[in-house]
Design a protein around this ligand. Structure first.
Ligand code: 5GP
Length: 189
């Protein structure tokens, strides 16, 4: 299994990781994108099995006990998210370029078990822009937003733990940059 073909994309909340992942899913079919499990409810337009596997708390905990996750975390103190281990290992065995879009806690867990993966930090153009994106999304209550901002502040400070930094000023540019980093590593592997 070539874990050198694994890339982990992390970054502060609302920086646009999900948008970059969606762009990659649509325009770069050569990239295998992990589908996480979560206990949060689907947002409108989210499809079970495509954007996430939506499960309840008991099922999530069962999968944790069974060792089915490569990493998992409680994000924003609210819902559980985890990367299913088996599909990722299969993709890596097949030599695919694999991408995980996860939070910082998850990225740290992956670094502990798969240190030769490529760790990419997606950065906002500025703090003001990050706040604007967070408020603009309008899917959270003000209390949730405060929790997310606090998380984002901490997460921004962790940039030095990453191999590469991409500024998300434009989703297409950021996605192309990400895929080019992944592809050049594949050639090196
Ligand atoms: P959202 O609920 O807005 O889709 O995602 C919230 C946060 O959870 C994002 O920062 C996203 O990167 C993170 N996330 C999504 N899937 C996973 C996962 O499998 N593991 C971890 N640790 N974080 C995840």
């Amino acid at each position: 299994m070539t874990t050198g073909r694994l890339t982990v994309l992390a970054g502060p909340t609302a920086v646009g990781k999900g948008t970059v992942a969606a762009y990659v899913r649509r325009f770069f079919p050569q990239v295998w994108l992990s589908v996480s499990m979560t206990t949060r409810r689907p947002r409108p337009a989210e499809i079970d099995g495509v954007h996430y596997h939506f499960v309840d708390d008991a099922e999530f905990d069962r999968l944790v006990s069974a060792g089915e996750f490569l990493e998992y975390a409680v994000v924003h103190g609210r819902a559980k998210y985890g990367t299913p281990r088996a599909p990722l290992e299969r993709a890596l065995r097949e030599g695919q370029l694999a991408l995980l879009e996860i939070d910082l806690q998850g990225a740290r867990q992956v670094r502990a078990t798969m240190p030769e993966a490529l760790f990419v930090f997606l950065e906002p153009p500025s703090w003001e822009e990050l706040v604007r994106r967070l408020v603009g999304r309008g899917t959270e209550t003000s209390v949730e937003r405060e929790v997310r901002l606090e998380t984002a502040r901490r997460e921004l400070a962790s940039v030095s733990e990453f191999d590469e930094v991409i500024v998300n000023d434009d989703v297409r540019r950021a996605s192309e940059h990400l895929v080019s980093l992944m592809s050049s590593r594949q050639r090196d592997a």
